[in-house]
Design a binder for this molecule. Sequence first.
Ligand SMILES: Nc1ncnc2c1ncn2[C@@H]1O[C@H](COP(=O)(O)OP(=O)(O)OP(=O)(O)O)[C@@H](O)[C@H]1O
Ligand SMILES: [Mg+2]
Length: 454
Amino acid sequence: MEVNNGEQFNLTPGHIVEELDRYIIGQSKAKRSCAIALRNRWRRQQVEPELRDEILPKNIIMIGPTGVGKTEIARRLSKLAGAPFIKVEASKFTEVGYVGRDVDSMVRDLVEMGITLVKEEEELRVQENAKVNAEEKLLDLLLPPVVPTQTREVEPEGDTQERRKATREKLRKLLKAGSLDERQVEIETSDNSQPFVEIFSPAGMEEMGINFKEMFGGMSKTKKRRVTVPEALEILIKQEAAKLIDIDRVQKDAISRVENHGIVFLDEIDKIAGRESARGPDVSREGVQRDLLPIIEGSTVMTKHGPVKTDHILFIAAGAFHVSKPNDLIPEIQGRFPIRVELDDLGEEEFYRILTEPKNALLRQYSALLSTEGVVLEFDDGAVKKIASIGANLNRTHENIGARRLHTVMEALLDELSFSAPERVGEKVTVDVEYVENRLKPILESEDLSKYIL
Ligand SMILES: Nc1ncnc2c1ncn2[C@@H]1O[C@H](COP(=O)(O)OP(=O)(O)OP(=O)(O)O)[C@@H](O)[C@H]1O
Ligand SMILES: [Mg+2]
């Protein structure tokens, strides 16, 4: 069951884990903790206001090496919760040029995500009506214009109307049957293609709610284009849908969606961990934590769509924590991330499952890609085991890059086929153990090659 229709906001932890299991292999502790964090937010929202303000937000820190599913879990979680989601590298706030207030930008970005999300939902909701309206508009375009009759009384008015109506219905039938697909019509489209030069708002304008792009966008004109009937229908459906959507409501809904369901994924949080010390960089790290604090505690950020309260935004932080530890974060931040969970290293067994089990499993992706070339690609079980074992081995002998290793191995394995596929239409390729060995052995045997390719 797909649950991103924005209505299933009160998913139970059990249900959340079940859904995450469909995409992410293992990491059951992390899934569990994320489910709890999400549910805690919902619980806090249900508590009467007085007490609610006393309850600290229960955010989560995921600790784990690269490529084991941290980002993936957060992303899937937000998707199934219908939540606006952004991923921010915490370390970017320590870069030169970023100063204090810039942390607000992540809330503004989150609102943009919220707007897109709500707009898409609205478009889906009005789709049927938009289709009906678009069809009428298209028939208006297809029906030859009324020729102003100079000599009156050639035909009585009513008769003309009747005939036009009949023609219109005939056209409608043809349209539905696809018989008009070759025909062209002239259609007005709003020419809101971006200007050639990307417009950057001067710093500070965004906060004041001034959007330069929109100011310039307002000057865009409509433009006539000749397109085929199916293209016209598509454009008209979009135009009609836009008319049916109340943009003010979208804005309001998006802000409320962000306030109550938004998720910010704060990546590389370990890079800003570190208390004040005599040395320079640590001060700036602590500074970033202090800047983040008000947003995490709950404050109001001005955006061009209106003020946004951050009290209930869920923060999921992640980091490898090789050098620093979560308790190197300032106490106030630690207090707001009480849920901590370590992710497991992925081994051969997990790799095998990652290759085959998820709905979007890597092997399925490759088969789908090659089927577009008319090549049938299959993997025999032994080969999959071999790929998993090679991947796990490489992570042991080279750098451990987690599941990302599977991508490099698969690319190398299928390199030849990916290149020649267009000339192999109609072929069926079965990848077996021998195929894997033939392809990968030469690379594996050369230390230098494997460093670069795998
Ligand atoms: N447990 C897993 N199950 C299925 N796929 C996984 C798993 N772990 C990682 N992957 C896949 O590996 C890739 C990298 O995962 P992800 O982006 O979640 O890594 P990460 O833990 O956030 O690493 P980093 O610390 O480098 O950001 C993604 O394509 C993801 O789908
Ligand atoms: Mg990540």
